[in-house]
Design a protein around this ligand. Structure first.
Ligand code: GLC
Length: 445
Protein backbone atom coordinates (compact mmCIF):
# COMPACT_ATOMS: atom_id res chain seq x y z
CA UNK A 1 0.00 0.00 0.00
CA UNK A 2 1.42 3.37 -1.01
CA UNK A 3 2.05 5.81 1.81
CA UNK A 4 1.02 9.44 1.09
CA UNK A 5 4.01 11.48 0.04
CA UNK A 6 5.12 14.18 2.39
CA UNK A 7 3.32 17.19 1.06
CA UNK A 8 6.24 19.52 0.38
CA UNK A 9 5.88 21.85 -2.60
CA UNK A 10 7.77 19.59 -4.97
CA UNK A 11 5.60 16.65 -4.02
CA UNK A 12 2.52 18.73 -4.70
CA UNK A 13 3.88 19.69 -8.09
CA UNK A 14 4.56 16.06 -8.90
CA UNK A 15 1.18 14.84 -7.77
CA UNK A 16 -0.97 14.30 -10.78
CA UNK A 17 1.95 14.21 -13.21
CA UNK A 18 2.20 10.93 -15.10
CA UNK A 19 5.92 10.36 -14.38
CA UNK A 20 6.37 8.14 -11.33
CA UNK A 21 8.03 9.94 -8.47
CA UNK A 22 10.92 7.99 -7.01
CA UNK A 23 10.57 7.64 -3.31
CA UNK A 24 13.65 7.63 -1.13
CA UNK A 25 13.41 4.97 1.53
CA UNK A 26 15.94 3.79 4.09
CA UNK A 27 15.75 0.20 5.26
CA UNK A 28 17.62 -0.62 8.43
CA UNK A 29 18.81 -4.20 8.66
CA UNK A 30 20.02 -5.67 11.93
CA UNK A 31 22.71 -8.10 10.85
CA UNK A 32 24.88 -10.77 12.45
CA UNK A 33 27.97 -10.32 14.50
CA UNK A 34 30.58 -12.93 13.59
CA UNK A 35 33.97 -11.86 12.30
CA UNK A 36 32.85 -11.37 8.70
CA UNK A 37 29.08 -11.05 8.94
CA UNK A 38 29.13 -7.25 8.82
CA UNK A 39 31.44 -7.23 5.82
CA UNK A 40 29.34 -9.60 3.72
CA UNK A 41 26.06 -8.06 4.78
CA UNK A 42 27.28 -4.63 3.79
CA UNK A 43 28.51 -5.95 0.45
CA UNK A 44 25.09 -7.44 -0.24
CA UNK A 45 23.35 -4.26 0.81
CA UNK A 46 25.55 -2.46 -1.70
CA UNK A 47 24.58 -4.91 -4.46
CA UNK A 48 20.94 -4.14 -3.77
CA UNK A 49 21.59 -0.40 -3.80
CA UNK A 50 23.54 -0.67 -7.05
CA UNK A 51 20.35 -2.00 -8.63
CA UNK A 52 18.34 1.14 -7.67
CA UNK A 53 15.69 2.18 -8.52
CA UNK A 54 13.54 -0.81 -7.56
CA UNK A 55 9.96 -1.17 -8.69
CA UNK A 56 7.95 -2.59 -5.82
CA UNK A 57 4.17 -2.91 -5.92
CA UNK A 58 4.01 -0.58 -8.91
CA UNK A 59 6.02 2.19 -7.21
CA UNK A 60 9.62 3.22 -7.83
CA UNK A 61 11.96 3.37 -4.90
CA UNK A 62 15.47 4.57 -4.39
CA UNK A 63 16.48 2.41 -1.45
CA UNK A 64 19.29 2.95 1.04
CA UNK A 65 20.07 -0.17 3.05
CA UNK A 66 21.72 0.64 6.36
CA UNK A 67 23.32 -2.31 8.08
CA UNK A 68 23.39 -2.22 11.87
CA UNK A 69 25.39 -4.65 13.93
CA UNK A 70 23.34 -6.87 16.23
CA UNK A 71 24.54 -8.20 19.59
CA UNK A 72 26.89 -11.18 19.37
CA UNK A 73 25.00 -13.50 21.67
CA UNK A 74 21.71 -14.90 20.40
CA UNK A 75 20.24 -14.52 23.90
CA UNK A 76 21.17 -10.80 24.04
CA UNK A 77 19.76 -10.28 20.60
CA UNK A 78 16.48 -11.85 21.63
CA UNK A 79 16.28 -9.50 24.61
CA UNK A 80 16.97 -6.50 22.36
CA UNK A 81 14.23 -7.52 19.90
CA UNK A 82 11.79 -7.81 22.78
CA UNK A 83 12.66 -4.25 23.77
CA UNK A 84 12.03 -3.05 20.22
CA UNK A 85 8.71 -4.84 20.06
CA UNK A 86 7.54 -3.64 23.44
CA UNK A 87 8.18 -0.08 22.27
CA UNK A 88 6.66 -0.90 18.83
CA UNK A 89 9.88 0.55 17.50
CA UNK A 90 10.82 0.81 13.82
CA UNK A 91 14.51 0.97 14.77
CA UNK A 92 15.21 -1.99 12.47
CA UNK A 93 13.06 -3.00 9.49
CA UNK A 94 14.72 -6.35 8.79
CA UNK A 95 15.62 -8.55 11.73
CA UNK A 96 17.65 -11.72 11.54
CA UNK A 97 15.62 -14.35 13.34
CA UNK A 98 17.14 -17.46 14.91
CA UNK A 99 15.55 -20.77 13.87
CA UNK A 100 14.13 -21.16 17.40
CA UNK A 101 12.28 -17.84 17.50
CA UNK A 102 9.41 -17.94 14.98
CA UNK A 103 6.98 -19.40 17.52
CA UNK A 104 7.99 -16.93 20.24
CA UNK A 105 8.13 -13.79 18.07
CA UNK A 106 5.49 -14.40 15.38
CA UNK A 107 3.10 -11.71 16.56
CA UNK A 108 5.70 -8.98 15.99
CA UNK A 109 6.68 -9.99 12.47
CA UNK A 110 4.79 -9.43 9.23
CA UNK A 111 3.24 -12.35 7.38
CA UNK A 112 5.55 -12.55 4.39
CA UNK A 113 2.99 -14.56 2.45
CA UNK A 114 1.04 -11.32 2.07
CA UNK A 115 3.78 -9.91 -0.17
CA UNK A 116 4.15 -10.58 -3.84
CA UNK A 117 6.60 -13.27 -4.91
CA UNK A 118 7.41 -14.70 -1.49
CA UNK A 119 5.22 -17.80 -1.77
CA UNK A 120 7.02 -18.73 -5.01
CA UNK A 121 10.47 -17.88 -3.61
CA UNK A 122 10.19 -20.18 -0.62
CA UNK A 123 9.41 -23.20 -2.76
CA UNK A 124 13.12 -23.46 -3.53
CA UNK A 125 14.04 -23.70 0.18
CA UNK A 126 14.16 -26.78 2.42
CA UNK A 127 10.51 -27.46 3.30
CA UNK A 128 11.31 -28.28 6.95
CA UNK A 129 12.74 -24.79 7.49
CA UNK A 130 9.82 -23.09 5.76
CA UNK A 131 7.51 -25.12 7.97
CA UNK A 132 9.51 -24.10 11.03
CA UNK A 133 9.05 -20.45 10.04
CA UNK A 134 5.31 -20.78 9.48
CA UNK A 135 3.23 -20.01 12.55
CA UNK A 136 -0.56 -20.39 12.29
CA UNK A 137 -0.26 -20.22 8.53
CA UNK A 138 1.81 -17.00 8.60
CA UNK A 139 5.33 -17.04 7.21
CA UNK A 140 7.40 -14.96 9.62
CA UNK A 141 10.87 -15.50 8.14
CA UNK A 142 12.44 -16.19 4.75
CA UNK A 143 15.26 -18.69 5.38
CA UNK A 144 18.68 -17.03 5.25
CA UNK A 145 20.99 -19.93 6.10
CA UNK A 146 20.98 -23.18 8.02
CA UNK A 147 23.49 -24.33 10.62
CA UNK A 148 24.57 -27.45 12.48
CA UNK A 149 27.17 -28.09 15.16
CA UNK A 150 30.39 -29.66 13.87
CA UNK A 151 33.69 -30.94 15.20
CA UNK A 152 36.78 -29.16 13.88
CA UNK A 153 40.08 -30.95 14.45
CA UNK A 154 43.76 -30.45 13.72
CA UNK A 155 44.45 -33.29 11.28
CA UNK A 156 48.20 -32.53 11.30
CA UNK A 157 48.43 -32.99 15.07
CA UNK A 158 46.29 -36.12 15.09
CA UNK A 159 48.60 -37.64 12.56
CA UNK A 160 51.74 -36.51 14.35
CA UNK A 161 50.57 -38.21 17.55
CA UNK A 162 49.67 -41.41 15.74
CA UNK A 163 45.88 -41.22 15.68
CA UNK A 164 44.21 -42.66 12.58
CA UNK A 165 41.41 -40.21 12.33
CA UNK A 166 39.06 -38.01 14.31
CA UNK A 167 37.37 -39.36 17.45
CA UNK A 168 34.11 -41.24 17.14
CA UNK A 169 33.16 -41.06 20.79
CA UNK A 170 33.59 -38.41 23.48
CA UNK A 171 35.86 -40.83 25.36
CA UNK A 172 38.16 -41.01 22.33
CA UNK A 173 38.15 -37.24 22.04
CA UNK A 174 39.21 -36.97 25.69
CA UNK A 175 42.02 -39.43 25.18
CA UNK A 176 43.36 -37.76 22.05
CA UNK A 177 43.09 -34.31 23.62
CA UNK A 178 44.99 -35.41 26.74
CA UNK A 179 47.81 -37.00 24.76
CA UNK A 180 48.25 -34.10 22.37
CA UNK A 181 48.03 -31.41 25.04
CA UNK A 182 50.66 -33.23 27.06
CA UNK A 183 53.00 -33.17 24.09
CA UNK A 184 52.28 -29.64 22.87
CA UNK A 185 52.12 -27.75 26.13
CA UNK A 186 55.85 -28.04 26.71
CA UNK A 187 56.38 -25.53 23.88
CA UNK A 188 53.05 -23.77 24.14
CA UNK A 189 51.65 -23.32 27.65
CA UNK A 190 48.42 -21.86 26.19
CA UNK A 191 47.69 -25.03 24.27
CA UNK A 192 44.41 -26.74 25.15
CA UNK A 193 42.43 -29.80 24.02
CA UNK A 194 38.86 -28.83 23.27
CA UNK A 195 37.10 -25.47 22.97
CA UNK A 196 33.33 -25.00 22.80
CA UNK A 197 30.56 -22.67 23.96
CA UNK A 198 30.07 -22.87 27.71
CA UNK A 199 28.75 -19.43 28.61
CA UNK A 200 25.23 -19.31 30.08
CA UNK A 201 23.40 -18.37 26.84
CA UNK A 202 21.68 -20.00 23.87
CA UNK A 203 24.95 -21.41 22.56
CA UNK A 204 25.27 -23.57 25.67
CA UNK A 205 21.79 -24.96 25.05
CA UNK A 206 23.05 -26.03 21.60
CA UNK A 207 26.22 -27.66 22.97
CA UNK A 208 24.50 -29.42 25.86
CA UNK A 209 21.70 -30.70 23.64
CA UNK A 210 24.39 -32.33 21.48
CA UNK A 211 26.01 -34.04 24.48
CA UNK A 212 22.71 -35.25 25.85
CA UNK A 213 21.24 -36.38 22.53
CA UNK A 214 24.50 -38.19 21.67
CA UNK A 215 24.17 -40.11 24.96
CA UNK A 216 20.58 -41.03 24.05
CA UNK A 217 19.22 -38.72 26.75
CA UNK A 218 16.50 -37.02 24.66
CA UNK A 219 16.02 -33.46 23.48
CA UNK A 220 14.89 -31.55 26.65
CA UNK A 221 11.27 -31.64 25.48
CA UNK A 222 10.33 -34.09 22.74
CA UNK A 223 8.77 -32.81 19.53
CA UNK A 224 5.57 -34.48 20.79
CA UNK A 225 5.64 -32.22 23.83
CA UNK A 226 6.93 -34.46 26.65
CA UNK A 227 9.57 -33.23 29.07
CA UNK A 228 12.50 -35.63 28.83
CA UNK A 229 15.36 -34.04 30.68
CA UNK A 230 15.75 -36.07 33.88
CA UNK A 231 17.21 -39.43 32.91
CA UNK A 232 20.39 -41.44 33.42
CA UNK A 233 21.83 -40.69 29.99
CA UNK A 234 21.34 -36.93 30.35
CA UNK A 235 22.97 -37.05 33.78
CA UNK A 236 25.92 -39.02 32.40
CA UNK A 237 26.32 -36.57 29.50
CA UNK A 238 26.48 -33.55 31.80
CA UNK A 239 28.86 -35.28 34.17
CA UNK A 240 31.13 -36.03 31.23
CA UNK A 241 31.12 -32.43 30.00
CA UNK A 242 31.67 -31.05 33.50
CA UNK A 243 34.77 -33.25 33.65
CA UNK A 244 36.29 -31.39 30.67
CA UNK A 245 36.31 -28.01 32.40
CA UNK A 246 39.81 -27.31 33.63
CA UNK A 247 41.17 -30.58 32.16
CA UNK A 248 40.96 -30.98 28.37
CA UNK A 249 39.19 -27.60 28.13
CA UNK A 250 40.30 -24.34 29.72
CA UNK A 251 38.58 -23.29 32.95
CA UNK A 252 37.45 -20.18 31.06
CA UNK A 253 35.36 -22.26 28.63
CA UNK A 254 32.36 -21.62 30.89
CA UNK A 255 32.51 -18.02 29.63
CA UNK A 256 33.00 -18.79 25.93
CA UNK A 257 30.79 -17.95 22.98
CA UNK A 258 31.44 -19.04 19.38
CA UNK A 259 34.06 -16.40 18.61
CA UNK A 260 36.01 -17.04 21.83
CA UNK A 261 36.42 -20.68 20.87
CA UNK A 262 37.12 -19.79 17.26
CA UNK A 263 39.89 -17.33 18.09
CA UNK A 264 41.72 -19.89 20.24
CA UNK A 265 41.42 -22.56 17.58
CA UNK A 266 42.50 -20.37 14.65
CA UNK A 267 45.43 -19.08 16.71
CA UNK A 268 46.69 -22.68 16.83
CA UNK A 269 45.99 -23.16 20.53
CA UNK A 270 43.54 -26.08 20.50
CA UNK A 271 43.24 -29.56 18.96
CA UNK A 272 39.44 -29.70 18.81
CA UNK A 273 36.68 -27.14 18.50
CA UNK A 274 32.91 -27.42 18.47
CA UNK A 275 31.53 -24.73 16.21
CA UNK A 276 29.17 -23.91 13.34
CA UNK A 277 30.22 -23.96 9.67
CA UNK A 278 30.93 -20.20 9.57
CA UNK A 279 34.21 -20.78 11.42
CA UNK A 280 35.58 -22.49 8.33
CA UNK A 281 35.44 -19.22 6.38
CA UNK A 282 38.06 -17.83 8.74
CA UNK A 283 40.44 -20.63 7.77
CA UNK A 284 40.06 -20.27 4.03
CA UNK A 285 42.48 -17.41 3.52
CA UNK A 286 44.36 -17.92 6.75
CA UNK A 287 48.13 -18.03 6.94
CA UNK A 288 50.29 -19.86 9.44
CA UNK A 289 49.67 -23.19 11.16
CA UNK A 290 45.94 -23.31 11.06
CA UNK A 291 44.55 -23.33 7.52
CA UNK A 292 42.13 -25.51 5.58
CA UNK A 293 45.15 -27.73 4.85
CA UNK A 294 45.45 -29.06 8.35
CA UNK A 295 41.96 -28.71 9.73
CA UNK A 296 39.37 -31.44 9.30
CA UNK A 297 35.63 -31.17 9.86
CA UNK A 298 33.41 -34.02 10.91
CA UNK A 299 30.36 -34.95 12.95
CA UNK A 300 30.55 -34.46 16.70
CA UNK A 301 31.37 -37.61 18.72
CA UNK A 302 28.78 -40.10 19.94
CA UNK A 303 28.17 -40.86 23.62
CA UNK A 304 29.51 -44.37 23.32
CA UNK A 305 30.85 -46.80 20.76
CA UNK A 306 28.20 -47.56 18.20
CA UNK A 307 26.12 -44.62 19.52
CA UNK A 308 24.69 -41.87 17.42
CA UNK A 309 26.38 -38.48 17.13
CA UNK A 310 24.15 -35.44 17.31
CA UNK A 311 24.37 -31.97 15.77
CA UNK A 312 22.06 -29.22 16.95
CA UNK A 313 20.10 -27.57 14.17
CA UNK A 314 20.72 -23.85 13.96
CA UNK A 315 20.16 -21.21 11.34
CA UNK A 316 18.73 -17.78 10.70
CA UNK A 317 15.86 -16.19 8.80
CA UNK A 318 15.08 -12.71 7.55
CA UNK A 319 12.01 -11.40 9.30
CA UNK A 320 10.33 -8.04 8.77
CA UNK A 321 9.40 -5.98 11.78
CA UNK A 322 5.65 -5.49 12.08
CA UNK A 323 6.25 -1.91 13.22
CA UNK A 324 8.36 -1.00 10.18
CA UNK A 325 7.18 2.05 8.23
CA UNK A 326 8.14 0.42 4.94
CA UNK A 327 7.38 -3.30 5.19
CA UNK A 328 6.87 -3.72 1.47
CA UNK A 329 10.32 -2.38 0.62
CA UNK A 330 11.89 -4.31 3.51
CA UNK A 331 10.38 -7.54 2.15
CA UNK A 332 11.89 -6.78 -1.24
CA UNK A 333 15.35 -6.34 0.30
CA UNK A 334 14.94 -9.56 2.31
CA UNK A 335 13.87 -11.44 -0.82
CA UNK A 336 17.08 -10.38 -2.53
CA UNK A 337 19.23 -11.45 0.44
CA UNK A 338 17.52 -14.85 0.54
CA UNK A 339 17.66 -15.35 -3.22
CA UNK A 340 19.93 -17.84 -4.91
CA UNK A 341 22.40 -15.06 -5.65
CA UNK A 342 22.31 -13.79 -2.07
CA UNK A 343 22.71 -17.23 -0.50
CA UNK A 344 25.54 -18.17 -2.84
CA UNK A 345 27.32 -14.95 -1.90
CA UNK A 346 27.01 -15.65 1.81
CA UNK A 347 28.07 -19.28 1.29
CA UNK A 348 31.22 -18.36 -0.63
CA UNK A 349 32.20 -15.38 1.50
CA UNK A 350 30.91 -16.19 4.94
CA UNK A 351 30.76 -20.00 4.96
CA UNK A 352 27.01 -20.07 5.56
CA UNK A 353 24.99 -23.09 4.48
CA UNK A 354 22.30 -22.31 1.92
CA UNK A 355 18.69 -23.27 2.52
CA UNK A 356 18.07 -23.40 -1.22
CA UNK A 357 18.51 -27.07 -1.98
CA UNK A 358 19.73 -26.57 -5.57
CA UNK A 359 22.77 -24.65 -4.34
CA UNK A 360 24.24 -27.90 -2.99
CA UNK A 361 24.69 -28.87 -6.65
CA UNK A 362 25.85 -25.47 -7.81
CA UNK A 363 29.07 -25.65 -9.79
CA UNK A 364 30.56 -22.56 -8.30
CA UNK A 365 29.94 -23.86 -4.79
CA UNK A 366 31.28 -27.32 -5.66
CA UNK A 367 34.42 -25.76 -7.12
CA UNK A 368 35.00 -23.65 -4.02
CA UNK A 369 36.60 -24.36 -0.62
CA UNK A 370 33.03 -25.05 0.55
CA UNK A 371 32.48 -28.15 -1.60
CA UNK A 372 32.25 -30.14 1.67
CA UNK A 373 28.84 -28.58 2.30
CA UNK A 374 27.45 -31.10 -0.16
CA UNK A 375 29.13 -34.05 1.65
CA UNK A 376 27.70 -33.02 4.97
CA UNK A 377 24.20 -32.41 3.69
CA UNK A 378 22.89 -35.59 5.42
CA UNK A 379 24.30 -34.32 8.75
CA UNK A 380 22.57 -30.99 8.33
CA UNK A 381 19.33 -32.63 7.36
CA UNK A 382 19.31 -34.98 10.33
CA UNK A 383 20.32 -32.29 12.82
CA UNK A 384 18.51 -32.29 16.15
CA UNK A 385 15.99 -29.48 16.61
CA UNK A 386 15.71 -27.63 19.87
CA UNK A 387 12.19 -27.90 21.31
CA UNK A 388 11.06 -24.46 20.11
CA UNK A 389 7.91 -25.65 18.37
CA UNK A 390 6.43 -27.76 21.22
CA UNK A 391 7.21 -25.06 23.80
CA UNK A 392 6.28 -21.91 21.82
CA UNK A 393 5.83 -19.12 22.78
CA UNK A 394 7.90 -19.97 25.86
CA UNK A 395 10.92 -21.57 24.22
CA UNK A 396 13.23 -18.78 25.28
CA UNK A 397 12.32 -19.32 28.93
CA UNK A 398 12.71 -23.09 28.56
CA UNK A 399 16.14 -22.64 27.05
CA UNK A 400 17.15 -20.16 29.74
CA UNK A 401 16.15 -22.63 32.47
CA UNK A 402 18.07 -25.36 30.67
CA UNK A 403 21.32 -23.48 30.08
CA UNK A 404 21.26 -22.06 33.60
CA UNK A 405 20.99 -25.59 35.03
CA UNK A 406 23.74 -26.89 32.75
CA UNK A 407 26.00 -23.95 33.55
CA UNK A 408 25.64 -24.68 37.27
CA UNK A 409 26.83 -28.24 36.65
CA UNK A 410 29.80 -27.05 34.58
CA UNK A 411 30.77 -24.60 37.31
CA UNK A 412 30.52 -27.34 39.92
CA UNK A 413 27.93 -25.43 41.95
CA UNK A 414 25.46 -28.29 41.64
CA UNK A 415 25.62 -31.93 40.56
CA UNK A 416 23.99 -33.15 37.36
CA UNK A 417 21.33 -35.27 39.03
CA UNK A 418 20.12 -32.46 41.31
CA UNK A 419 20.25 -29.88 38.50
CA UNK A 420 18.26 -31.99 36.05
CA UNK A 421 15.74 -33.08 38.70
CA UNK A 422 15.06 -29.45 39.55
CA UNK A 423 14.97 -28.52 35.89
CA UNK A 424 12.29 -31.10 35.22
CA UNK A 425 10.15 -29.47 37.87
CA UNK A 426 10.82 -25.95 36.52
CA UNK A 427 9.93 -27.03 32.98
CA UNK A 428 6.67 -28.57 34.18
CA UNK A 429 5.76 -25.30 35.88
CA UNK A 430 6.80 -23.22 32.88
CA UNK A 431 5.17 -25.20 30.11
CA UNK A 432 2.45 -27.28 31.74
CA UNK A 433 3.71 -30.20 29.62
CA UNK A 434 3.83 -33.79 30.94
CA UNK A 435 7.00 -35.61 31.93
CA UNK A 436 8.04 -38.61 29.84
CA UNK A 437 8.56 -41.32 32.48
CA UNK A 438 11.45 -39.36 34.02
CA UNK A 439 10.79 -40.22 37.65
CA UNK A 440 10.78 -43.96 36.96
CA UNK A 441 13.92 -43.90 34.87
CA UNK A 442 16.00 -42.19 37.51
CA UNK A 443 14.52 -44.21 40.39
CA UNK A 444 16.13 -47.27 38.81
CA UNK A 445 19.65 -45.86 39.18
C1 GLC B 1 24.22 -20.05 15.74
C2 GLC B 1 22.99 -20.83 15.30
C3 GLC B 1 21.79 -20.44 16.11
C4 GLC B 1 22.10 -20.60 17.57
C5 GLC B 1 23.30 -19.78 17.97
C6 GLC B 1 23.68 -20.03 19.41
O1 GLC B 1 24.10 -18.72 15.38
O2 GLC B 1 22.75 -20.65 13.93
O3 GLC B 1 20.67 -21.21 15.74
O4 GLC B 1 20.99 -20.28 18.38
O5 GLC B 1 24.39 -20.12 17.15
O6 GLC B 1 24.78 -19.31 19.79
Amino acid sequence: MKKPLLLGTSALLLAGSSALAQQDVTIRWMAGNTAIAMETTQAMAQMYMDANPHTIGGEEYNVTVEVIQGPESASDRYALYLQFFQAQSAEADILEIDVIWPGDLAEHLVDLYEYEGVAEDVQAHFPAIVENNTVDGRLVGIPAFTDAGLLYYRSDLLEEYGFDGPPETWAELEEMARTIVEGESADNPDFTGFVWQGQAYEGLTCNALEWIASFGGGTIVSQEGQIEVFNDQAIAALETAAGWVGTISPQAVTGFQEEDARRIFTAGNAVFMRNWPYAYALLVDAEGDVTTENVGITTLPAGEEGGTPAATLGGWQYGVNRYSNNPEVAVDVARFMASREGQLYRALNEGLLPTIEALYEDEELLGSPYAWFADLLPVFQSAVARPSTPTAPRYNEVSRAFFTAVHGVLMGTTDAETALGELEFTLEELTGLPVAGGAQEVASR
